[in-house]
Design a protein around this ligand. Structure first.
Ligand code: GLN
Length: 198
């Protein structure tokens, strides 16, 4: 397999690079199409989705990334990264686009101002015990899950915050801010199993 990329246009990409490096992965930052072409997997970090969208189009990265996603590139999106992977985005800013790939509808900033950030222990059946300590920061929620996507975790009130669809994985929260890397490990196992190259 080739290196694992971390989309480094904006947001907390360094934390993701650190987690993936701890697995022994060869990690590179991705800002341009020539870098994207090298990777066997990609993490899209948290940050601000409207900025990641704008910069990805400015750098000519949006179209090649959409093509790579369609061709089966394993991608893990957290928070803003989940928004970028959603086919449909609610409460987007005017003209905001996503890369898409996940058959879901997400709403940005879905927890409102009074709950800008919070932490909960999440039961994630696919990951077993113990519960995942999840950190949410101006997080999106998955409001609709299409036929092709499946739910990995939901809050007690039923709101969906982790999904998977083939090689695509998305969480509303930030495992890179904790010391529980099971979501990253799940993504990295997928990278190793897929051995994608463009
Ligand atoms: N609210 C941000 C957005 O819309 C996401 C926040 C985050 O990534 N922590 O992109």
């Amino acid at each position: 397999v080739g290196p694992v990329g971390v989309l480094a246009l904006q947001g907390d990409f360094r934390e993701h690079a650190r987690v993936l490096s701890s697995f022994g992965a060869d990690v590179i930052t991705v800002r341009r199409p020539s870098e994207l072409a090298l990777v066997s997997g990609l993490v899209i970090p948290g940050g601000e989705s409207s900025v990641i969208d704008k910069l990805s189009r400015m750098f000519g990265l949006a179209e090649p990334l959409k093509a790579a996603i369609a061709a089966g590139l394993p991608v893990y999106g957290t928070c803003a990264g989940l928004i970028m992977l959603a086919d449909t985005v609610r409460d987007a800013i005017a003209g905001q686009q996503s890369f898409g790939g996940l058959d879901i509808v997400v709403r940005r900033n879905a927890f409102g101002n009074q709950r800008e950030s919070f932490e909960v222990d999440l039961d994630v059946p696919e990951l077993g015990d113990p519960a995942v300590h999840a950190v949410f920061i101006r997080a999106p929620v998955v409001e609709e899950v299409g036929e092709r996507a499946s739910i990995l975790a939901a809050l007690d009130d039923g709101r969906v915050i982790a999904v998977e669809q083939g090689n695509l994985l998305g969480t509303s929260f930030h495992p890179e801010m904790t010391d529980d890397y099971r979501f990253h490990r799940r993504f990295y196992n997928r990278v190793l199993a897929t051995a994608f190259h463009s």
